[in-house]
Write a protein that binds this ligand. Structure first.
Ligand code: ZN
Length: 308
């Protein structure tokens, strides 16, 4: 079992100002911790390529893609929403992040690796078909999923999102696509205040109140996600891996710990081993306090590479 580790130095050149929580140091903290834990020894490193415009336009409108690619300022910042800004390198970083998911999809479906972890930023799951928001520009995981469906001809792909915030962008792009099952758990009453009243047939959305803790999270996975995944029989599983539900991360209050991320990853590996030859592609989303972000990512990756 071989796991790809896909990232790029350009992903750390995008930044949104001093003290912004979605900071370049997130990727370094993850890399250092995976290294210290010896987990990188089990992973094959790849530099993320640039996504092409055609790959992006499977998930986004062409005018929107061109607007993002042409909006990077020569210097300073260009603000696209109250929390989300572009610096001169943002478009480049966003192209690398989406490109990582395309590359992961090709590597896994060509049988070169069985799983992949994309350590990239900007994150993607809030990016809608025609809107950047919530620190996100291109919906990396949706670009990967649509590449699997349209370039590789897969018929059933699952997307799991355990970020503390609802993945409104992924739902916007993938809703009512019968080839996709999206399973999501998020904290209610948090940005972007969506997900609880979804009418899309292919969404399994579970909103949990603040301070639910690991037991309620695991109950929701067991009773809602796993039966839906078993019935759907995915050919490939993608994970929007946000670690901002950790109890030390003040972006949310779900109260999860490393053991919860390890546990949920193991449940998903079991499904992947039964239905899709262990094929899982995981992509970093949120997680803003560096120490719990790095520790949680290591707990997740340890299961992905089969070192647990
Ligand atoms: Zn988040």
């Amino acid at each position: 079992m071989l796991t790809a580790y896909i990232t790029h130095a350009d992903c750390a050149r995008h930044e949104m100002g001093k003290d912004h929580p979605e900071c370049p140091e997130r990727l370094g903290a993850i890399n250092d911790h995976l290294l210290i834990k010896g987990l990188l020894d089990y992973m094959r490193p790849y530099d993320a390529p640039l996504a092409t415009e055609a790959q992006l336009c499977r998930a986004h409108g062409q005018e929107y893609v061109e607007m993002i690619l042409n909006s990077a300022p020569a210097e300073g910042y260009h603000r696209v929403d109250p929390d989300t800004s572009m610096n001169p390198y943002t478009a480049l970083a966003a192209l690398r992040s989406a490109g990582a998911l395309v590359q992961a999809t090709d590597l896994v479906l060509d049988g070169k690796v069985s799983s992949a972890f994309c350590s990239v930023r900007p994150p993607g799951h809030h990016a809608e078909r025609n809107a950047a928001m919530g620190f996100c520009f291109f919906n990396n995981v949706a670009v990967g999923i649509l590449h699997a469906l349209e370039a590789h001809g897969l018929q059933r792909v699952a997307l799991i999102d355990f970020d503390v915030h609802h993945g409104n962008g992924s739902e916007d792009i993938l809703r009512d696509d019968p080839r996709v099952l999206m399973c999501s758990i998020f904290e209610t009453g948090l940005y972007p205040f969506s997900g609880e009243n979804s009418t899309a047939k292919n969404m399994v959305n579970v909103g949990l109140p603040a301070r639910s803790g690991g037991d309620k999270f695991r109950d929701a996975v067991t009773t809602q996600w796993l039966p839906a995944l078993e019935a759907f029989r995915p050919e490939l599983i993608y994970i929007s891996a946000g670690f901002d539900g950790h109890r030390e991360d003040d972006m949310g209050n779900l109260g999860l710990v490393e053991a919860d991320y390890e546990w949920v990853t193991r449940q998903l590996m079991n499904i992947a081993n039964r239905h899709c030859k262990g094929r899982i592609i995981s992509c970093l989303e949120g997680g803003y306090v560096l120490s719990p972000l790095a520790r949680s990512t290591a707990a997740h990756v340890k299961v992905l590479i089969g070192a647990d």
